[in-house]
Design a protein around this ligand. Sequence first.
Ligand code: ATP
Ligand code: MG
Length: 635
Amino acid sequence: MSNYSIKHLEEYYQVYRKSIRDPENFWSEIAEEHFMWHKKWDNVLRWDFSKPEIKWFEGAKLNITENCIDRHLATKGDKTAILFEPNNPNEDAQHITYKRLHERVNQLANVLKDHGIKKGDRVCIYLPMIPELAISLLACARIGAIHSVVFAGFSSNALSTRINDSDCKMVITADGSYRGSKTIDLKGIVDVALEDCPSIKNVLVVNRINSKIEMKEGRDQWLQPLLDKASKECKAEIMDAEDPLFILYTSGSTGKPKGMVHTTAGYMVYTAYTFKNVFQYRENDVYWCTADIGWITGHSYIVYGPLANGATTVMFEGIPSYPDFGRFWEIIAKHKINQFYTAPTAIRALAKQNIDFAEKHDLSSIKVLGSVGEPINEEAWHWYNDIIGKKKSPIVDTWWQTETGGIMITPLPYVTPTKPTYATLPFPGIQPTLMDENGQEIKGNQVDGRLCIKFPWPSMARTIWGNHQRYKDTYFTAFKDKYFTGDGALRDEVGYYRITGRVDDVIIVSGHNLGTAPIEDAINEHPAVAESAIVGFPHDIKGNALYGYVILKETGESRDHNNLRNEINQNITEHVGPIAKLDKIQFTKGLPKTRSGKIMRRILRKIASREMDSLGDTSTLVNPEVVEDIKNNVI
Ligand code: ATP
Ligand code: MG
């Protein structure tokens, strides 16, 4: 029997040891007992990190949508699969049952087939967070087409680059989208993008905002009339375990986006198994992840992981500040959410608001809180724990990447004792290790280094679309026979991991390697500070010195700035040490962020070093205007 659902710490260690001792047996038991296969595998695992080549469940035949939908129909046909909460709180929420989801996915799959889409073709999906988005992913998977979702906040330029990189044949989009009180002309953005996308033959358009749009003859069609005519039955394409399921471009915090390729069987098994354990999902729970399906978090933990477990997964179209900053908390009360999964950037933004926004809603349904995307600083962790979780709901600080497909290092709620800012322990099957600059493994505890993974796990990306060499160079070259994550981490006295930031952002001051996260954490502890980012800049004696960009809370703005600078440095001295004191502190109204809400430190680094002319690509920023402001006030 496999341990599909881990219930206490002793059991976690037992399962973990088993997963390391005999990975093949471990994963084949889980795959065998909890999924539906047309044919079982011949080999559980074949791998060679030097090529790199990774194959899980080779020889197996399956379709992921049968696992996510069909097999639940007999027992859960009338259960809500997707619970859609619209942007406008006065518009009715939609409860899409498993039965209805099955019909809608099949109808769209048939429309795709009618337009010549076949197994292996790439379909670009550029949709807001409406049910058609999840349905489009599943419809592609139903017929073996490879979906490539592009976040619908990206520009026409970012969209066309991604379409061309993978030669998509079709775009599925909407006339427009709602975002708080605004509407966005999505189809207009698509039209501009398609001016230089010769591979696109058809555009299917969802009517979401009822706007007048251009329809190009022979290329563009409204989707609904096609769906109305389509059959509600569509036989699932039988896929090989290693057939690509989707391409997803990394969020672009560090440079040119990489089209990560995820394959079918391993991805399914790993996302389902992690979902079950990391959120301790029980049969009647309502689970909500606030990410956009345009990111890996949405793929794995709004769509595939939850549906493979027959869960009810919420999709929210809007933003946390509309109609006011209580919206998330209102939705939790309205739908009695049991598991809530969001990002530190959202937590910090909401923690800045009047506490009444959170306190006036009934949050008692919450059992598990999750965080992903960036290190969560201690102050935000406590706010989340105390105000939202009422100190009774464990926080799972989940570390993982687009490349890893699923959650890698995380506490299991009610199993692993949590520790603020620590992602804690590896998930079963994951073998993390820390490496030093000379390529040696760092053994023991209370150490820090570069975070690598020593052994394959089922949901790892298999390549970068069209560029296997780049895949090898980026992840498998820095350390022999190891997957290099690009992140730094420390391991504490009990073996818990803390992610200290990206290795590229590590600053060497007087010969000491300083990660960004612990220092920013110490800065954010100051009661007047809302958020901060640190970077290095060249210094004659120390090699590098530290430059801090700090956003103050309202209460801090009226205070003497030099006193604040001293107090911030005192905090750093206490929490990290005098070596990490900041030479310069610039107070600012905003920080440049990617569309997934992450601070883009490379731009801040250039400004601090006064290389204003070489800021690089700023087109994926959500707030390019703050860059000017920061430049004008540089110290
Ligand atoms: P790009 O690779 O294009 O620069 P990105 O790394 O931001 O973009 P993602 O794959 O979405 O794209 O993010 C993964 C990264 O996010 C991790 O490598 C890590 O730096 C950070 N991260 C994610 N979760 C956590 C966490 N719980 N704690 C600390 N850092 C995290
Ligand atoms: Mg990355």
